[in-house]
Design a protein around this ligand. Sequence first.
Ligand code: ATP
Ligand code: MG
Ligand code: MG
Length: 550
Amino acid sequence: NEINTSNFVKNIVVDDLNTGKHKEIITRFPPEPNGYLHIGHAKSICLNFSLADEFGGKTNLRFDDTNPVKEDTEYVESIKEDVKWLGFDWDNLYFASDYFDIMYEKAILLIKKGLAYVCDLTPEQMREYRGTLSEPGRPSPYRDRSVEENLDLLERMKNGEFPDGSKVLRAKIDMASPNINFRDPIIYRIAHATHHNTGDKWCIYPMYDFAHPLEDAIEGITHSVCTLEFEDHRPLYDWFVRECEMESVPRQIEFARLNMTNTVMSKRKLKQLVDECVVDGWDDPRMPTIAGLRRRGYTPEAIRTFCREIGVSKADSTVDSQMLDYFLREDLLPKAPLLMAVMRPLKLVITNYPEGQTEMLEIENNAKDETKGTRLVPFSREIYIEQEDFMEEPVKKYFRLFPGNEVRLKGAYFVKCTDVIKDEDGNVVEVHCTYDPETKSGSGFTGRKVKATIHWVNAADAVPCEFRLYEPLILDDIPENEGKHFLEQINPNSMEVVQGYIESTGVQGIKPLDKFQFVRHGFFTVDTKYSTEEKPVFNRIVPLKSSFKL
Ligand code: ATP
Ligand code: MG
Ligand code: MG
């Protein structure tokens, strides 16, 4: 889990340890429990946990649950599961809502220092008073309320005397500041809503800019890593830490968020895909959520390697989603056992093979790695091959099976096509072949050569199963989609369901999320939702090849 490459965040940490500014590094991962985590969060998780790990520090998992309306315990549970699955273990688990009492006290402190006031402007008025980049803001008519009046109003806000939106508590800073964040930002708002953790105890809730620095300071976070859009909030972060007289002074450091091609990376958008049933839940194998990637068959190792290799920088960029697939193949290749599966089956009958006879063929589990051993695969007169491995009228350079042509059946014999059986509509339903017993794999036969090897499964015991093949859910890389709303970029062909067979040796005792390589088709995993013992369902993780080069 180490960061092998140096990055600017790590350099800051090293400096702070060397100069003695800190004895121990404490970081945090602070998700808002308003959705499932996605691959972008993985980048932040890897960064925060690795920074602490590397220097013997600590990392907190903190739920930034300051917005009761959008948050839910379902999300809390999924986030815990996902962080653990990625391979990280937090030192402490905290909820920002546990600090509501302290935050409220700090708000009172700000009022007493003349640094906060209750404001009755409507949101529209407030926006108008705030001004623009080129034009300074104007002070709210409520800005000069007395300390006593502000204390009284805040308490009554807390006691539920006022309706949602009627009042807010604001910091009193500088309405003319060139940094708009300083123009009297909101500290508390009224929301009569039940909170997943604090229930109905509160009807005022702290805003992010006020809450987050306090949360970090309360926990003694040394380095508070966040994404670039908070860069110009940093002076405000420091202001709150200072004016709230926090003992511990955390440092906010911003890095560029992860963006990826063919991927929407926002819980709000992902929730929309779920709510509008574009996908089959948060863990749909096409989702870039950690839960979706897991169900799709991605491994924590591949995700961690990806997060490490993309690095940490201050410059926004978009990573090719195929880069993640590259690390995934690297990880799966030595791990996933190789099996034969046929997706679109065509029956092949070996007319000169004795009826009723079955022989066991020894086939290697990994063509490139002998240490993976061999397995015994049944072979008899009737087998299934891929429809695409046969052509009645072969096109140029087609070397697989066609009438009169001979190919090798993987791990078995040469077969030669002698006959084609069709249904009433002229579709090929069966191919007849003869085999040559001399050509058995491993026998050392050198008499003649064939130009193609095709895979197969034994018809008598092959297990019927379903394959789910995926393409990107979002097509943002085709010209006609450019600049369109993400819901208009949805790929209508993002999932294809195919029925076929898998060799029986492969499916004994398989469990959800077991991973395999199916000859020529790529890497697959057992679906967690639809797979049964009678009818296994496999998700394709990735096809074998890609043009992507690192
Ligand atoms: P979203 O917009 O997807 O909801 P968020 O930033 O609002 O993302 P949080 O739950 O607040 O989601 O994020 C928790 C942590 O994850 C934050 O520190 C945030 O900076 C980080 N994070 C979120 N998205 C990304 C991303 N794409 N790349 C890197 N870090 C991210
Ligand atoms: Mg958010
Ligand atoms: Mg966000």
